[in-house]
Design a protein around this ligand. Structure first.
Ligand code: NAD
Length: 504
């Protein structure tokens, strides 16, 4: 590796992670770049959970009465600390999750953006005033802090997803207990340090506003089962969501689920193909196909299918696959050997279903040893088979043809997941139909822009097996608060609603 690349140890020092924290533990963290062991972290003992929950409950009692704009000040300071740490944290994201440099930095920028959003929000947690049917009465709706929020996050956005949740939860008055992925706990520890620096500058925050749990699914399970945690925000696979949702429902907690996607692009005959190609390549191979919003299905009008596939094959042939820290690389490694095997298995299954596979081989030359580097694959499919309907977390783009726009919409919606979608067309009727009630059934639907790379200003999330949760912008903050309807009687009478008489 070139010596211009900053080493993990320099990053640890810059971010304030100590030798004692990084050695001697049982959770070995490997870099997807070259498989090297980055650290042996100490896992949070299950026996600590009671104390962690108690600390969070106590923090809630104190934090909920701090005025929301003052709570926003903590997030403003967090944004400042993130700005100062952006280069180091972004590089650590690359080391731990295998993202190319600009995507690692982009992830931290997203954290800064949500902090800015949350600071503004802290002065706008608006409720409603409602007309009362009774004379001398006033009705309103207020939003109250809800309690500790458990955040469970996935490896592929190791820090941004936490920040979407934490920035909103904290201005809403809720402490956070974070269980990051066991594949990416180092960046989480770094975020805890960055947060702690903001806390010191803030001055008088209660202890336990943010606690980070290091370990695997079992720790997540105890968080999910705890009645002390009214809100669970869980990001990850549909498999994980299926395990989490019933446990939270059983205890009448609230779930914000952000699960798998199987995102499609419809390309109509009028589409600007040059733009479409650029959008397809970024959405399908960016982050090595390991985004929840990665483009996985290309539904293209048969009149342009051959032309578009030829352009894509040409673009794919020139894609620089390699060390994500080196300038010019666009496709980094998959997270681990299991992910590589899942990609190969999906391509084998697609072949059995009649698919023609272009690419998809393991790359071994010119890449660091012990990383799992794969050529992104284009797979021409005869139909939407079982393999196409499943999310394989790898750079595989299935191509399906259509003749009739209604059929394209049916294909787009005929998968279990419902996260992100888009249409490329210059035909206004197609564009509007795609966004209409009879159009895309996803949480995100775009026109002439790919399905991946959302801005934080909009609510983020999806339907069906994606889980139905919404995070980030718009009014997603409401999920982190308790809604309360208030009626105030300022008259000297006690009239009942609906004209009911009950005189005593
Ligand atoms: P994963 O489901 O394997 O793990 C996610 C997290 O859940 C980890 O922290 C893990 O320890 C925890 N976990 C697993 N089982 C649990 C259980 N029973 N109870 C509590 N916690 C449990 O997912 P991954 O491989 O880290 O991430 C990839 C997946 O995440 C993909 O399916 C991707 O689409 C999805 N994802 C979705 C979004 C979104 O916003 N919709 C964003 C990022 C990733």
């Amino acid at each position: 590796m070139k010596d211009t690349v900053i080493t993990p140890h320099t990053l640890f020092a810059n971010l304030g992670l100590t030798e004692a924290e990084l050695t001697g533990g049982t959770l070995t963290v490997h870099s997807p770049i070259d498989g090297r062991a980055l650290a042996d972290l100490h896992e949070t003992p299950a026996s600590d959970m009671d104390a962690i929950l108690a600390r969070s409950k106590a923090a809630f009692k104190a934090w909920r009465i701090v005025p929301a704009p003052r709570r926003g000040e903590l997030i403003r300071l967090l944004g400042e600390e993130l700005r100062a740490a952006k280069d180091d944290l972004g590089a650590l994201v690359s080391w731990e999750a295998g993202k190319i440099t600009s995507e690692g930095l982009g992830e931290v920028q997203e954290m800064i953006d949500i902090c800015d959003f949350a600071v503004g929000l802290s002065r706008q947690l608006y409720g409603l005033t409602i007309a009362s049917e009774r004379p001398g009465h006033r009705m309103m709706e207020t939003w109250q802090p809800a309690g500790p929020v458990g955040v469970i996050s996935a490896f592929n956005f190791p820090v941004a997803v936490w920040s979407w949740n934490a920035a909103l939860a904290l201005v809403c008055g809720d402490p956070v207990i974070w269980k990051p992925s066991e594949k990416s706990p180092l960046t989480a520890l770094a975020c805890q340090k960055i947060f702690d620096r903001a806390l010191v500058r803030f001055g008088d925050a209660p202890d336990g506003l943010l606690q980070t749990l290091i370990g695997g699914a079992d720790l997540g399970k105890s968080l999910v089962a705890s009645e002390d945690v009214p809100i669970i925000s869980a990001t990850g696979s549909t498999r994980m969501g299926r395990a989490v949702a019933p446990v939270v429902a059983e205890r009448f907690g609230k779930c914000i689920l952000e699960l798998g996607g199987n995102n499609a692009m419809i390309v109509g005959p009028s589409a600007d193909l040059e733009m479409a190609v650029r959008a397809i390549v970024f959405s399908a191979v960016g982050t090595a196909g390991q985004r929840c919003t990665t483009l996985r299905r290309l539904i293209v009008h048969n009149s342009i299918r051959e032309d578009l596939v030829a352009r894509l094959k040409k673009a794919y042939a020139g894609l620089p696959v390699g060390n994500p820290l080196e300038e010019g690389t666009l496709v980094g490694p998959l997270v681990d050997a299991e992910a590589g095997a899942a990609m190969t298995a999906a391509l084998d299954a697609a072949r059995v279903e009649g698919g023609t596979v272009h690419g998809g081989n393991r790359v071994t030359k010119g890449v660091p040893a012990n990383g799992v580097y794969m050529e992104p694959a284009i797979v021409e499919m005869p139909g939407q088979s079982a393999t196409v309907k499943a999310e394989t977390f790898a750079p595989i783009l299935y191509v399906l043809g259509y003749d009739d726009f209604a059929h394209a919409l049916d294909l787009q919606n005929d998968v279990p997941q419902g996260l992100s979608s888009c249409v490329f067309t210059l035909n206004m009727r197609e564009a509007e139909e795609f966004l209409s009630p009879a159009g895309s059934d996803c949480g995100i639907a775009n026109v002439n822009i790919g399905p991946s790379g959302a801005e934080i200003g909009g609510a983020f999330g999806g339907e069906k097996e994606t889980g139905g949760g919404r995070e980030s912008g718009s009014d997603a903050w409401k999920s982190y608060m308790r809604r309360q309807t208030n009626t105030v009687n300022y008259s000297a009478e006690l009239p009942l609603a609906q004209g009911v008489k009950f005189d005593i």
